[in-house]
Design a binder for this molecule. Structure first.
Ligand SMILES: [Cu+2]
Length: 70
């Protein structure tokens, strides 16, 4: 099953941050699409639920130094 996850993420300050988040998440098997906006502090992820889950996605974002707040 494919689902969309919308996360509130703080700490992104520019397009470079957005690209870092996108690149990192797109490396995960099962992640199909990622959008990131530092202005809106939002990351959306389209992913296959049988390959990857929210905990892994959260962990990758936080490993880059950003904070998932919701
Ligand atoms: Cu940045």
């Amino acid at each position: 099953m494919v689902e969309n996850l919308t996360l509130s993420v703080s700490g992104m300050t520019c397009g470079g941050c957005e690209n870092a988040v996108k690149r990192t998440l797109l490396k995960l098997d099962g992640v199909h699409d990622v959008t990131a906006s530092h202005r809106d502090r939002v990351v959306t992820v389209r992913y296959e639920t049988d390959k990857v889950g929210p905990a892994t996605i959260h962990g990758r974002i936080e490993s880059l130094g950003y904070k998932v707040t919701g």
